[in-house]
Design a protein around this ligand. Structure first.
Ligand code: C2E
Ligand code: CA
Ligand code: CA
Ligand code: CA
Length: 274
């Protein structure tokens, strides 16, 4: 019995070591890649349903894993947040995406570029001034930027966040509420939020064809958005049937693997021109 439990402890410690090693390895790669500017930013097209054109895109970070693939973006962001480097990472992605938009946006017919923001980027220091400074130093008009923040973050820190977001909006930046329609979304507060766009989460999109309740929720969201002057982007659309249901709901924009996955710059360029 004693032997058995010793072994369990040994195995457990081994796995823990492995996990810590892996996290340490990813963190080191992340820091190196920011310094060497080898951290990648990929782009996923967003279609305006009205005319079938890709008028926007979302920038998504990609950290190469050294084996020809990438670490999961969610894992990378959470690691960066826990280790105090998510502002540095966020600045990097914002600068890269703005530079890309400045250089190629017009030629590719893109009206706006969407960039994800972590909570620390929003709540630390003079964040609105800092973010606007970064956007402007790339030469890009802030009106061509959408900053995406998750609903849970906004609601948790609404007072401080609202102040920062108002400043950004005054400069013409659009604010999108990411991952909308899950958890404690409330349609009641939509009129009071400093946002321009709702991004319907994939978990809701995935359920609209099988759940009449979720289908009705989507329609309510689109309706309330329209009343409050907000635009709606449906995320995570993977099939033609979902695409049709989204289009029928009145949502203005659509994003998902059905159309295109996130792509590196050159591939994105080719895709949009086709
Ligand atoms: P998100 O902001 O909700 O981004 C959308 C995620 O859904 C992306 O995952 C995208 O690749 C994926 N996606 C898009 N369409 C589909 C689809 O049809 N089906 C499926 N299964 N997935 C789809 P990704 O790139 O792995 O990013 C995960 C999360 O990591 C993002 O979720 C965002 O919260 C965060 N993230 C990514 N890049 C950044 C960044 O530069 N800064 C910050 N702060 N967060 C980032
Ligand atoms: Ca997003
Ligand atoms: Ca999302
Ligand atoms: Ca998400």
């Amino acid at each position: 019995f004693a032997k058995e439990s010793d072994r369990t402890v040994a195995i457990y410690n081994g796995q823990l070591d492995e996990m810590i090693r892996t996290e340490g390895d990813i963190l080191r790669r992340l820091k190196d890649s920011i310094r060497q500017k080898s951290l990648e930013v990929w782009y996923q097209p967003i279609m305006l349903l009205e005319d079938g054109r890709y008028t926007a895109a979302e920038a998504l970070v990609r950290l190469p894993n050294g084996k020809g693939g990438h670490f999961s973006a969610g894992q990378v962001i959470s690691l960066a947040e826990r280790n105090g480097i998510v502002e540095e990472l966020g600045d990097y992605v914002l600068s890269q995406a703005c530079a890309f938009m400045k250089a190629h946006g017009e030629r590719l017919g893109l009206k706006r570029i969407g960039i994800n923001l972590s909570v620390q980027q929003l709540l630390v220091g003079a964040s609105a001034d800092h973010l606007l400074e970064l956007i402007r130093s790339s030469g890009l008009d802030p009106r061509r930027v959408t900053l995406e923040i998750t609903e849970s973050i906004l609601i948790q820190s609404i007072d401080r966040a609202a102040e920062v977001l108002e400043k950004l909006r005054q400069a013409g930046v659009h604010i999108a509420l990411d991952d909308f329609g899950v958890g404690y979304s409330s349609l009641n507060y939509l009129s009071n939020l400093p946002v321009d766009i709702l991004k319907i989460d994939r978990s809701l999109t995935q359920q609209i064809l099988t759940s009449p309740k979720q289908y009705a929720l989507l329609h309510s969201i689109v309706e309330m958005a329209a009343i409050n002057g907000l635009l709606v982007v449906a995320e995570g659309v993977e099939t033609q049937a979902e695409q049709e249901a989204i289009a029928a709901s009145g949502a203005q924009y659509i994003q998902g693997y059905y159309y295109a996955r996130p792509m590196p710059e050159a591939e994105f360029d080719r895709f949009i021109k086709e």
